[in-house]
Ligand binder design. Sequence first.
Ligand SMILES: Nc1ncnc2c1ncn2[C@@H]1O[C@H](COP(=O)(O)OP(=O)(O)O)[C@@H](O)[C@H]1O
Ligand SMILES: [Mg+2]
Ligand SMILES: [Zn+2]
Length: 261
Amino acid sequence: MSAQTNTQRLVVVPELENLNSSDGSLPPASADPSSCSFCFGTGMEIVEGKGARRCQCRTRDAQTKLLEAARIPRRYSECSLSSYHPASNNGSQLRAFNLAYRLVREYPAIDRGLLLVGPCGVGKTHLAAAIIRSLVQRGVPCLFYEFGALLKQIQESYNALAQTSEMKVLAPVYDAEVLVLDELGASKPTDWVRDTMMHVINTRYNDRKLTIFTTNYPDGRRTERDEILEDRIGVRLRSRLFEMCQTVQIEGEDYRRRFDS
Ligand SMILES: Nc1ncnc2c1ncn2[C@@H]1O[C@H](COP(=O)(O)OP(=O)(O)O)[C@@H](O)[C@H]1O
Ligand SMILES: [Mg+2]
Ligand SMILES: [Zn+2]
């Protein structure tokens, strides 16, 4: 069979000698000649009459790695734009969907992220996760963090006994091309929390990197006792977010209540 002949010819190409090396640079599955019926583990696929090209199994492996690196919580791992259904007669959900869709379609020609604002269960986290999942499918390195969890990890990294350093926690946050910070304002706003949030967000701002936020705290107060976003994150940070993000107010019922009977 010609594919077999071609494979044998490819095996003698020098860089393929590294396939069985122990440096771990290639996934073990790729070194198994039986693992892929297109390239027989070589990573190069023969297109009859045209030559060789990077095999689809390698593209898939790369995408799987990017998706794992994005750390989308399992609860939201299946969330996609196509599984977000704006409630009928809900203009705010349709608008949010359209803006999310546009961001994915036009990225990287996008200069502001999104600040998704609204009550519990309107799909803010769903949309944020769906955006980065779509971008990852296009090969963009993304990262998801619940903001409170990030702050906790930074704090723990100061502990002398911790195995991690602050930079080890923060490097992926700074490096990610697109970052989701879920639940902005949920942490008790101490001075340290505010300073750290400002620092993280400012670093991304200075690097002109896209960040998508979700928050339960609106900008407007309906009653005297309502807390607004500014109360939670401070005036300076709120002002910075106006520059970095388009604010998208989402209204609606808690979607989770649909499962109540
Ligand atoms: N418009 C929608 N279409 C489909 N699923 C939705 C929608 N809104 C919310 N959900 C689902 O409801 C649950 C709660 O949504 P979530 O994104 O966590 O809300 P929020 O972050 O606004 O509190 C999730 O499982 C999410 O997938
Ligand atoms: Mg949420
Ligand atoms: Zn292959």
